[in-house]
Design a binder for this molecule. Structure first.
Ligand code: GCV
Length: 683
């Protein structure tokens, strides 16, 4: 294992300088195992660059700074030196991925029971930098991830899809894994990606799109060596590979006449497929399945339930310890817009809640965080509260499909943090984070690609970092995560940049919401690619994504009293809060209620005036973000190319925000006939 070196690619949150504190000291690494070797290699690479020492002797000896030293050790390792022994004894068991960190008698110590913990401990030291070696003793701190699985899903295709391209909803160039139908010859970048992910706390990656097309289906058969090659690059950083599979694989790949999950031959086919995969990749994570959704095949074709469907894959994976991520994103995408009784928001709960308790132990039901589809504002999905006897994973979208497509700054950690802290059963009950960490963990759609900055917009790196950190600990403060990311990403300059980064990024999700989607209305985007405004673009389509705006009012009546009854899918108190026009939070009003434009919000404004005000304010906020960034020009705090790219994207964000403002305001002015109370220009 060698630490990957890339040229021409931005180092994101692991620039060489981030290893200065470790690399300039004498470091002792003790223990056996592949991930311990990774730690050793990391330390050796840091030392080679920064002139510290590493060896089998005592920490704190020659070769580094006088009196400095560091021990990274497995708690059961031979020859554990005194400070590490004492820290291990005081810390007690650290678990499979946890570690303890302390500083005693001038030696900084990380101890872990298992190699993965040591790797995460190393990255903790990287985050701390010099602070890890401050002269004073540091009491023992124990760290362990909240969720056992912290996963990224890639929507990467092998063969370039005629409409969706190489990466579906990808805004960061091509796939890190494949190019034009072939596995990339040089996978160094995949290893560098794994390294970044491990430093953020991720430990699982699904490598291909959940929409499984003909070429990608073959990852289970004659392209299995590609899975093995990618898995080999992820493994040194503790990341397991998972693969998205098509439910119809027994037919498509196996030539069977059916994919009926209750058919014996089908069950055998899946068992053989799993055996083959594990023969090639012993630490394979499992399958991800999008079934009966947006044209993907599924068990409904055979009159079977999704529990039956998931079970056949689960049974195949169980002997190997693998899991099935079965997605709950099931709805009718061929809806008749004239039919007001069908409500896409209801679909996942209607399909899955009755199956609670019927899924096998190794099935994880992967639920999008909202009931629709990653809109800038949605309530939490009611499925999260409706299936206490099922392991649930909550799915987030790091790729910014509906939040500016990595052309707009939109720091998503505040949104995720808010929804993870939401308590579906009220203040006394468990939170969304509790459900996820006690169940299947957190999953997100990745925003990374072969772009030189990894994520298209350089500042979108913060979203990838923040997802990993929140999956590790959902209670982390988004602003503190931003500091961490900035300290690592801009070594030596973070102090000068912090104010600007917070001013631009902390509130950027709310700013985005202001100039796009007011009060929980979603999908006012251009159909297909989903960038830019189109107020009625999805209004009369089969996708079930409506706002029902007319000359009198706007919003979707999802109440039990007069609407689709969706509010009834929530437990109390939210079923009552959302049902009530008076108690429903303003930001979700139009998600739950259809109201006249003159309806007065809890905040005191009318709905129409709120639409105007927020759209003007959103654009002003973008102008302020831009002015702030421009001030950095020539400051020496940011590399000029980085600065230029962000500046260029902010200009596009401003153009787009103005377009949103003008289209949304004009549309609602024309529909309602109500002028802006402040007389601003509406076209
Ligand atoms: C991978 C939305 C996106 C699709 C995506 C789908 C999903 O509908 O627009 O591109 O498909 O979600 O999550 O499966």
């Amino acid at each position: 294992m060698t630490v990957p070196q890339l040229t021409g690619v931005h180092p994101a949150w692991l620039p060489p300088e981030a290893f200065q504190a470790i690399g300039s000291r004498r470091v002792l690494v003790l223990g056996e195992g592949a991930l311990v070797d990774t730690v050793r290699e990391e330390v050796a690479a840091a030392r080679a660059r920064h002139g510290g020492g590493q060896g089998g002797g005592q920490a704190g000896g020659q070769g580094g700074r006088e009196g400095a030293g560091c021990v990274l050790a497995l708690s059961g390792a031979d020859g554990l030196p005194e400070p590490a022994r004492a820290v291990a004894a005081e810390a007690g068991p650290t678990g499979a991925e946890g570690y303890a960190l302390a500083r005693r008698d001038g030696v900084t110590v990380v101890v872990a029971d298992a190699p993965a913990g040591l790797l995460y401990g190393l990255f903790h030291l990287v985050r701390l930098g010099e602070a890890a070696f401050a002269p004073a003793d540091r009491p023992v701190e124990r760290h362990a991830p909240a969720a056992a699985r912290r996963m990224l899903d890639h929507w990467d295709n092998i063969a370039v899809h005629p409409v969706m391209g190489q990466v579906e909803r990808g805004y960061a160039g091509g796939s890190l894994f494949w190019r034009d139908g072939e596995l990339r010859e040089d996978l160094t970048r995949v290893r560098a990606y794994a390294r970044l992910l491990a430093a953020a706390g991720i430990n699982a990656v699904a490598i291909n799109n959940v929409n499984v097309h003909a070429t990608e289906a073959r990852l289970l058969t004659d392209r299995l060596d590609e899975v093995a090659a990618i898995a080999a690059e992820l493994r040194p950083y503790g990341i397991r590979a998972h693969v998205s599979v098509g439910f119809a694989s027994p037919v498509v790949l196996g030539g069977l006449p059916t994919a009926d999950p209750l058919d014996e031959e089908v069950r055998r086919w899946w068992a053989d497929a799993a055996d083959r995969v594990y023969a090639a990749v012993q630490d394979f994570g499992g399958f991800v399945v999008k079934a009966d959704s947006e044209g993907q095949p599924g068990p409904f074709a055979y009159g079977r339930s999704h529990a039956d469907g998931a079970d056949v894959l689960a049974a195949a994976l169980a002997p190997h310890g693998g899991v099935v991520h079965w997605r709950a994103f099931v709805y009718d995408h061929r809806q008749d817009w004239r039919d007001r009784s069908t409500d896409r928001a209801r679909a996942a709960c209607d399909h899955f809640a009755p199956l609670d308790g019927r899924f096998a132990e190794n099935v994880i039901l992967q639920v999008k965080h909202g009931p629709m589809d990653f809109q800038p504002r949605e309530p939490v999905s009611p499925v999260i509260a409706a299936m206490p006897a099922t392991k649930l994973a909550v799915e987030l979208q790091v790729t910014q499909e509906y939040t500016g497509q990595q052309r707009h700054v939109c720091y998503l950690a505040p949104m995720w943090s808010e929804l993870l802290a939401f308590r579906p059963w009220g203040e006394e009950g468990r939170s969304v984070a509790d459900v996820a960490v006690g169940g299947g963990g957190l999953v997100a759609v990745s925003n990374a690609g072969d772009d030189p900055y990894w994520t298209g917009h350089p500042l979108a790196q913060a979203n990838l970092y923040a997802f990993g950190r929140l999956a590790w600990d959902p209670r982390l403060d988004p602003a503190a995560i931003l500091d961490e990311w900035a300290d690592l990403t801009f070594p030596g300059a973070a102090d000068g940049l912090r104010g600007t980064l917070h001013a631009i990024m902390d509130g950027s999700w709310r700013t985005y919401e202001r100039y796009t989607a007011p009060l929980g209305v979603g999908f006012m985007v251009r159909p297909g690619h989903h960038y830019g405004p189109d107020v009625d673009g999805y209004e009369y389509t089969p996708w079930g994504t409506y706002h029902f705006a007319d000359r009198d009012g706007v919003g979707v009546d999802r109440t039990r009293a007069t609407g689709t009854g969706f509010t009834g899918q929530y437990p109390r108190p939210w079923s009552d809060v959302y049902e009530s026009l008076e108690r429903c939070p303003d930001e979700l009003l139009l998600f739950f209620h259809h109201v006249p434009y003159g309806h007065v919000l809890r905040g005191g404004s009318t709905v129409i005036q709120h639409i105007y005000d927020t759209h003007f304010a959103g654009v002003e906020e973008v102008s302020a973000m831009r002015a702030r960034w421009d001030k950095l020009d020539g400051s020496g705090l940011v590399d000029p190319a980085y600065h230029a790219r962000v500046a260029e994207l902010l200009a596009e964000q401003q153009r787009s925000a103005e377009e949103w403002r003008d289209q949304v305001n004009t549309n609602f002015f024309r529909k309602s006939g109500v002028p802006d109370a402040r007389g601003r220009r509406i076209h």
